[in-house]
Structure formats: C-alpha cells, structure tokens
Ligand binder design. Sequence first.
Ligand code: ATP
Ligand code: MG
Length: 205
Amino acid sequence: MAERRRVGIMGGTFDPIHMGHLILGESAWDEFHLEKVLFMPSGNPPHKVGRKGAANEQRTEMVRLAVEDNPHFELSLEEMYESGYIYTKKTLRRLRIANPDTDYYFIMGADSLLAFDTWNGPQEICDQCTLVAAVRDLMPMEELDREIARLRDKYHADIRKLHTPNLDISSHTIREWARCGRSIRYYVPEKVMDYILESGVYGEL
Ligand code: ATP
Ligand code: MG
C-alpha cells in the first residue's frame, strides 16, 4: 500500500505573518517529516470579529512574500473568502475529500490550544487531523503537557507537541511597533518588512 502523504496546515490571521509562524511551520515540517506546509490566511476568523488591520489582499500578499523562497512552504487560499465565518472543521472536510491520500497536521500555538474547546466542532477537527501544538507566552511546559493530555482524553485526539523554544513575538506587537516607527527587522522576513514600510499598512510612515 502506498504511504500516505503528510501535509501541515498553519492557519492564522497573519496580520502580519512573522518569524514565529514561519519557525513553527519549518519545525513541524522537520519534526513530523511533512511533505509541505500550507500557510492559510483566514478571510474572516470568527474569533476576531471587528478586527482592524490589514485588508485580506494585504495579509495574503505578506504571506506570499514570506513563503515564496521556501520550497516546502505554500500559500493556500483555501480559507480566503469573505462570506460567513471560516471554520477549520469545514476546511479539513473539503481538503480531505479533495485529497483522500493525505493526512493533515494542524499546527497551532499554545494560546490557540487553550481556546480549543471554544472552536466550532472540536470533536470533528480532532477526528480529521493530527494537532501539533507549540509552547507560547512563556507557558510552563507542564501546563502545555497537561492541556494536551486533557484534550487527548476528551476528544480521543492525536495531539503532538512541537519542540520549539518559546518565541516571544506576536502580530499585535509588530503592528504596534510599525505604527510607532520602532524597528521590526528580523521579527518578520525582510520582504515583509519592506512591504509594511512601503505600504504604510499599519499606520503613518
Ligand atoms: P495577534 O497578535 O494579532 O493575535 P498572532 O501573533 O497571535 O497575532 P495569529 O495569526 O493570531 O498570530 O496566529 C496564528 C497561529 O500561530 C495561532 O495558532 C497562534 O497560536 C500561532 N502563533 C503565532 N505566534 C506564535 C508564537 N510566537 N509562538 C507560537 N505560536 C504562535
Ligand atoms: Mg493570535
């Protein structure tokens, strides 16, 4: 029997995409022997209603710039539509029907994992993919382990821990820094930094 394909999904608002997202994607590719990682900007995330920030086209363009020179990263527009909210369970359902030979690895930070019970259809998500969780916000490793164990029990989920260090970086901080003229170099890829500075997307130049 042919071996099944393994594909990672890095979902997010990516407003903007930053080194934290990229390191998570690269580490998951490496640690779980993934064929590729899909970077999937969300068109209308239900947990960010009333979001101000970059437009969908701008977030998408920054993701494109960030992933274009990595041969195993890919921009996916699977969640980039605007009518209604975007739900991971539906995305997974569509992808699995279109690619029945593929197992999906959904990559997330600990903050997302802590909110997982509030996602739409957590059971259905767990039934359809492997979850990959990375530490964040200086959460003690034991706390992340406890949360993983709890979700494993509750949803019979396949959850793996990603072995990345705590990466103290967020889109929120980058937006703030760009707005007040503080340097964001090295927190985002150079091409993304140039895009932010040239477009003035997060405020006055
Ligand atoms: P914001 O500050 O606007 O909420 P963010 O930095 O949290 O942005 P998102 O687009 O909301 O970025 O996150 C997408 C996914 O990446 C989420 O699962 C989030 O947990 C994860 N993530 C983002 N930054 C990090 C980081 N520094 N370490 C670990 N996971 C991260
Ligand atoms: Mg976030």
